[in-house]
Write a protein that binds this ligand. Structure first.
Ligand SMILES: Cc1ncc(COP(=O)(O)O)c(C=O)c1O
Length: 464
């Protein structure tokens, strides 16, 4: 049992005592729930057949797909979505965090409408992009920022900025860390254990089709591994890129002192530290995870939560790094960068996401996490709760998950059941078993009660 304490600004409760789950029962419940899924979502199945004819997997991103077919949604409002079968679904996915303010938040809609009245695209500087950049720089403590259209672009350009600054090309990343689809950052984002090699010094596993260059991989929460890589390859490494809190394999929290040590090492070895806050960002707190956790990266990548649901991302940091964009060592172009609609999204979110508004959502999240922890204890389930800011998840292992290898040894069968159980009872969490819920500004007591009661009904069935 791992006893290292998680960072004080994060939430994790492991169970007081556990009893094993009955695997045959889980399998039977899964059969029952898949049958129920097909019975109650037939129109989504029909939609999927039509979509498949023109879209690979019938979806616009492979993340959106699951077998036999995903739910097809027609509209969303506040914390709720409506599917093609007319079912009302509580949305706990909230656009992977991009819908932090809630679907069709009136303030966001108003700003977007105002922006459409002035034009859709200028491809030239505008007061609206200066305003958005000022807001982001002020909030996140950056000297300079550049906007992009997706998190993938933001992480790619941050890496290139580090390369231009350092004159080196190599990258260090965390095993199990997802940063979008730029070739080097796809290395070891979800490697097969058979290929992943040593736990302490993992192999760099390149997915088919990616041409990554030099990438070294370290386990999360293992600063010694980072130091070993730095010592050996210092002259080749431009940057270390990481999510400060891993949010693509559930939620994996930093041990107390880990991020501080990583910061020290990057400074000591003169390696640029990039925090990918595409998922954390405002969901971690009003100034993001870096501020909340008290560790300053050299460059930061933002997306999702900062744009009110409009395609938008950003990378930025201290002048000495961003100077490479000014002097042309790092070329950053893009037709849609900083378009008025995206900038209006930034303005709206910056106005709405006050410390008070985010604290209120976080209180709801804490309530959900504490009540679910009680259910886990009551039914002695081999599971635990993890939370950061307005996000939370249930991880199906009795012990804390501190890195990718721990995550891979959690119980994926019961995780699938837990997800499907919710889908069948009108709660939509993200597809895949590696995401977390998001309590947006549009969620409240009713939604928290639904989440907790749904989990309680699953716990009862598992122990029936
Ligand atoms: C941590 C992280 N970085 C980068 C990305 C890529 O962002 P996008 O999907 O906008 O390209 C994601 C997407 O989920 C992410 O979770």
């Amino acid at each position: 049992m791992q006893t290292r304490a998680n960072h004080a600004q994060t939430f994790r409760h492991t169970p007081n005592s556990v009893k094993p789950l009955n695997e045959a029962k889980i399998a039977a419940l899964l059969d029952q729930e898949w049958a129920r899924y097909k019975e109650t979502t037939s129109k989504s199945g029909i939609e999927h057949d039509a979509a498949k004819r023109v879209l690979p997997l019938g979806a616009t991103s492979s993340f959106q797909h699951w077998d036999p077919y995903p739910l097809s949604i027609v509209s969303a409002q506040g914390a709720w979505m409506t599917d093609v079968d007319g079912r009302q679904l509580l949305d706990l996915s909230m656009g992977f965090g991009a819908m932090l303010a809630g679907h069709l938040n009136p303030d966001v809609v108003r700003e977007l409408q105002t922006s459409l009245e002035i034009g859709t695209l200028f491809v030239t500087p505008s007061p609206i992009s200066t305003d958005a950049a000022e807001r982001i720089c002020k909030r996140f403590g950056l000297d300079l920022v550049r906007f992009t259209n997706s998190g993938t672009e933001a992480t790619m350009y941050a890496v290139r900025t580090a390369r231009a600054y350092s004159g080196r090309n190599g990258i260090v990343k965390i095993e199990g860390g997802y940063h979008g689809s730029y070739d080097p950052l796809m290395v070891s984002s979800k490697p097969a254990i058979a290929e992943a090699g040593d736990e302490h010094l993992p192999n760099s596993v390149t997915p088919y089709g990616a041409v990554p260059g030099e990438v070294w991989v370290a386990p999360y929460n293992d600063a010694e591994a980072i130091e070993e890589i730095f010592k050996k390859h210092k002259s080749e490494i431009a940057c270390l890129i990481m999510e400060p809190v891993l949010e693509n394999i559930g939620i994996v929290l930093p041990d107390s002192g880990y991020l501080e040590r990583v910061r020290e090492l990057c400074t000591e070895y003169d390696i640029v530290l990039i925090f990918d806050e595409v998922k954390t960002g405002l969901t971690a707190g009003p100034q993001g995870a870096s501020e909340r956790l008290g560790v300053n990266p050299d460059l930061i990548c933002l997306a999702k939560s900062i744009g009110g649901g409009i395609p938008l991302a950003a990378f930025g940091g201290d002048l000495r790094f961003m100077q490479t964009v000014v002097d042309g060592r790092m070329a950053h172009f893009g037709t849609f960068n900083g378009n008025p609609l995206a900038m209006a999204g930034v303005r709206a979110i910056d106005k709405i996401c006050t410390p008070e508004a985010l604290a209120k959502a976080e209180n709801w999240n804490d309530q959900a996490l504490l009540r679910i922890t009680d259910v886990i204890n009551e039914f002695e389930l081999p599971a635990h709760t993890v939370g950061f800011g307005v996000k939370g998840c249930i991880t199906w292992s009795a012990n804390p998950v501190r890195n990718y290898r721990d995550y891979k040894s959690t119980n994926f069968q019961v995780a699938e059941l837990s997800w499907l159980w919710s889908i069948n009872r009108g709660i939509i969490t993200p597809p895949g078993l590696d995401e977390q819920w998001l309590i947006s500004l549009a969620h409240g007591q009713r939604e928290i009660d639904i989440l907790v009661e749904d989990f309680t009904s699953l716990a009862k069935s598992l122990r029936a």
